[in-house]
Design a protein around this ligand. Structure first.
Ligand SMILES: NC(=O)c1ccc[n+]([C@@H]2O[C@H](COP(=O)([O-])OP(=O)(O)OC[C@H]3O[C@@H](n4cnc5c(N)ncnc54)[C@H](O)[C@@H]3O)[C@@H](O)[C@H]2O)c1
Length: 310
């Protein structure tokens, strides 16, 4: 644990805000969460307690973590003395712009302001706002207490010093920060993920295989290697000449849709929404839905435990 302790402000105490607060507090930082709705504030400590119990923490550890967190009814109370603020409010551009416009006037001059937007370019959020060289993207993944990556997104006006300090604080709370040097929608990991999803949907639409077979192929082949071997490490491992030969045959075959696939749109038109309706690309029973969620959580926990033992 890093010795330096910052004052952290969190804007929005929902799924992500509470989980992000938990990580900062778990590393001894003092955290204030602004959540405008009483019903929202009422559930925050219970949700963090549940997360910590899931992670196997004991009563004393949970008490210690919660002791670093307080809730506020105004944004100003959460941020007036903050060193680092993370905005985790709903994914609406105008709302985020208004929050950041208020924040720059409310925080100390040295305070860094981070947005946890899922995909929106940070430049659009920060455009025209005063002193926006200290506005940066920090894209945490869900669940924030089990997924290590946080993409640190440098917008058009974000200073190098802001990015460096953000990388530093995220490292000190045990995250794996990754610098995204261009403010592109989806940043790095979601762009990769959705390239795979586009190809997957196209293959099922073309009748190459069904959805279950596609997932079986991923989970039992390159998916197994991915935690140890990224795609470009893999290319270096097999060698670039082989990579080029493979690409000469493969690249012309890949799907080139420049908008969402009509197969996906038709499913939604038919009311097939996924787990919510028990039918999406596949049919699901309640038991299967429960096991997917349970198995994922258990797997992420095992990975987290492995990392903490290394
Ligand atoms: N859920 C995910 O998997 C995920 C992953 C990465 C990033 N994100 C992003 O994180 C952000 C928050 O997502 P979430 O899933 O936690 O949403 P959420 O709906 O669970 O939480 C948002 C919270 O913000 C509060 N809020 C509403 N108006 C506000 C305001 N004016 N000021 C402050 N707070 C306000 C809401 O009451 C709610 O508690 C979004 O930008 C989202 O796109 C979500």
């Amino acid at each position: 644990m890093g010795a330096k302790k910052e004052k952290i402000g969190i804007i929005g105490g929902g799924l992500m805000g509470a989980g992000i607060a938990q990580i900062f507090a778990g590393h001894g930082h003092s955290v204030k969460i602004f959540e405008p709705f009483e019903a929202g504030r009422a559930g925050i400590f219970d949700r963090i307690t549940d997360n910590l119990e899931t992670m196997g923490q004991n009563e004393a550890q949970i008490k210690d973590c919660l002791s670093h967190i307080s809730l506020t009814e105004t944004q100003l109370d959460a941020v007036h003395d903050a060193d680092f603020v993370t905005e985790a409010a709903p994914e609406k551009l105008e709302l985020k712009r208004s929050i950041f416009t208020d924040l720059v006037a409310q925080v100390p001059a040295h305070c860094i302001l981070a947005s946890n937007t899922s995909v929106m370019p940070i430049t659009g959020i920060a455009d025209g706002i005063d002193s926006n060289q200290r506005i940066v993207g920090t894209h945490w993944w869900n669940p924030p207490f089990l997924i290590p990556l946080v993409e640190v997104v440098q917008a058009r006006d974000t200073s190098d010093a802001t990015v460096d300090a953000t990388m530093d604080i995220l490292s000190r709370i045990g995250k794996v920060p990754a610098r995204c040097k261009k403010d592109t929608p989806g940043f790095i990991a979601n762009r990769l993920q959705h390239a795979l999803w586009r190809e997957s949907i196209a293959m099922v639409a073309e009748g190459i295989c069904d959805a279950e077979t596609l997932d079986t192929c991923v989970k039992n082949s390159f998916g197994l290697r991915l935690p140890q071997l990224g795609p470009l490490e893999n290319a270096d491992l097999v060698g670039l000449p082989l990579t080029l030969d493979i690409h000469k045959t493969m690249i012309p075959q890949l799907n080139l849709h420049d908008r969402p696939h009509e197969f996906l749109e038709a499913k939604i038109q038919d009311g097939d929404l996924g787990f919510a309706t028990k039918k999406g690309f596949r049919n699901w029973t309640d038991d299967e839905i429960d096991s997917v969620r349970k198995n994922l959580l258990e797997y992420l926990m095992r990975m987290q435990n492995q990392r903490s033992q290394q």
